[in-house]
Write a protein that binds this ligand. Sequence first.
Ligand code: FMN
Ligand code: ATP
Length: 309
Amino acid sequence: MDTIEVTSAIPQSSDPVVLVIGKWDGFHKGHQQLVDKAKQLASYEERVSVLGFAGHSRPGCALSSYEDRIHAFKSAGADRYYHMNSSENQTIEEVIENSIRSLNIKRMIISEDFHWDETDMKHSEAVEEAGRKNDVPVTVLPSATIHGLTIQSSTIRTLISKGHMEAAQSMLGRPFEITGIVEKGEQLGRQLGFPTLNMGDIQDYVELRPGVYLGIVDLSDDSSYYTLVSAGYRPTVNGDSYKVEAYLLDFSGDLYGRQVTLKFFRHLRDEVNFEGLDALVEQMKMDELEARKILGITDTLEKEKSNMG
Ligand SMILES: Cc1cc2nc3c(=O)[nH]c(=O)nc-3n(C[C@H](O)[C@H](O)[C@H](O)COP(=O)(O)O)c2cc1C
Ligand SMILES: Nc1ncnc2c1ncn2[C@@H]1O[C@H](COP(=O)(O)OP(=O)(O)OP(=O)(O)O)[C@@H](O)[C@H]1O
């Protein structure tokens, strides 16, 4: 998949394209449907091109990073991504007119609830109108829903900030995940018997409800480990800022500087302000037991050991 960074005008191209328009934060099930529809409607020689925009989600509120989105488009089978870097001061009509002038668009696809800005306007109608004026057919897809709720990035952000990870997962079509680089901390974790990798470079992502989570960590060498995650302010140790740290079950090794992806399955409990470190460690041991019980890891290990002899 090609990625084209657009700073002023979209570079001219005569390749016939089906253009899918959206904001794409989180690449949830509704987003996936749009790209699937484009692939279905594109003829053999038409390329599926995605149009997306920088600067539309506030820092600290995103479901996905720029790299996450590129990865999602690639996996979904898009051929090209146009990333518009300076479209904030344009109207959606201007963006579409400019795209039609620069590209050989055979069809445009957009979701019914596409919002260009914070107003309640249905901007899909503006795209339909621009299509009519320029003889480009527009397919408007109805919003995807789950349990009567429209699947949209803002709802998923709210679910995550309340710790409803299963509901968020049902809308995303996969667990919510963040990717970052392992940073050095104060080396307190290992003294407590619970070394925790500290996730760095995650400031763009939405904050989770402070608490303890069950998840999986994917390491950059393709191995994965179940993990307990603490996301929050760590009141027991007078933490002053939001941090995400993960204690990997049955892992030992050095992860500093590695890129890792953390997937969240379930919120297990809220963060507690313990009287001291002993009480915190006791609770961490119980968290680990609970995690192993949920995952069936103790059973599996016992069986493996007895099989080995
Ligand atoms: C499974 C687990 C549960 C945790 N629960 C709490 C908690 O309830 N309250 C709290 O203040 N910190 C909690 N923490 C965070 C610990 O305070 C932190 O990992 C430890 O102090 C090391 O922190 P450091 O990264 O600041 O050195 C938890 C961490 C883990 C791994
Ligand atoms: N099971 C494990 N889970 C997480 N990290 C582990 C594990 N085993 C070894 N490590 C390594 O130990 C580091 C964490 O150790 P420790 O928590 O003592 O130090 P730290 O990086 O200063 O973090 P913290 O600030 O949380 O104390 C990780 O970054 C990783 O390199």
